[in-house]
Each structure stands twice: as C-alpha cells, then as structure tokens.
Design a protein around this ligand. Structure first.
Ligand SMILES: [Zn+2]
Length: 103
C-alpha cells in the first residue's frame, strides 16, 4: 500500500506523534504511533478501513464538542445571548482548539 492511497491518519492521541501503517508476515496489520508506539489492535490483512476508523476516532473530544455546542445553543435559546457575548466567544474558541488538536 502506498502512502498516497492511504486515508489521512490523525496524530497520536497520547503524544501527537505521527501515525503509520504496519503489517507483518503472519497476516496481521495495525496502525502505530512512530513516536511512543501506541497502536491499534492487530487485525487480519484487509482491515485497513477499520483500523483507520479506530485510530482516527476521538469519542471523548466529540462528546465534549457536542456538549459545548448544546451549551451555546441553550445560551441563545433560553438566555438570548448574542454572538459577541464573551462566554459564547469562549465556547467557540474552545471548540476550535479541540478540533485543531484532534485533526
Ligand atoms: Zn504517540
């Protein structure tokens, strides 16, 4: 598999290191951090899409972003906060920071 064909892997969730695909002669493949060695489970060859999905998923961050967006919506719906309210700017900035860190 050439690198060009590979779907973009997110940086390591633990150390922000670069992730890479690897496999071995016994017919297993996995994705591993080139810096700290964190890795996905080893799966039978031809599981690449599944491995990428596992490596790239960031469930905690996704939950956090969803909660922040709900909070922002509550501020608008229930309390009529305007877009330039400091608390809404803070929420937007925090969401942006989380997204930058996980992409
Ligand atoms: Zn790492």
């Amino acid at each position: 598999m050439t690198k060009g064909k590979m779907e973009k892997l997110k940086p390591c969730p633990f150390c922000k290191g670069e992730a890479d695909y690897d496999n071995c002669e016994t017919g297993y493949e996995w994705i591993e951090c080139t810096n700290c060695g964190a890795k996905t489970q080893h799966l039978k060859i031809n599981s690449y899409d599944k491995l990428v999905k596992a490596w790239n998923s960031r469930p905690t961050e996704e939950k956090l972003i969803t909660a922040l967006k709900q909070l922002d919506q509550m501020l608008v719906d229930r309390h009529k906060f305007r877009p330039d309210a400091p608390v809404r700017k803070f929420i937007k900035q925090t969401i942006k920071e989380i997204e930058n860190e996980t992409n």
